[in-house]
Design a protein. Structure first.
Length: 68
């Protein structure tokens, strides 16, 4: 992959890049990054953050107030 520019935002990133198979390159990057983030969170005892989105989503599904 050839990286021309990138910017890291609070919850995502932007890149200008080229590759012979950009789709496969991005897949590998995301996989590697996710594994390392999970590893780091487990080491720092922050694994509760991994469950939080699912717990929040489950709570939203139970509310029927706005589904009339």
């Amino acid at each position: 992959m050839r990286l021309y520019a990138h910017v890291i935002m609070e919850n995502h990133m932007h890149r200008i890049a080229s590759s012979l198979d950009l789709s496969k390159t991005m897949e590998s990057f995301k996989s590697f990054t996710a594994r390392r983030l999970i590893e780091s969170m487990m080491e720092k005892k922050m694994d509760w953050l991994l469950r939080e989105p699912a717990d929040h989503k489950a709570g939203l599904k139970k509310e029927t107030t706005f589904q009339e």
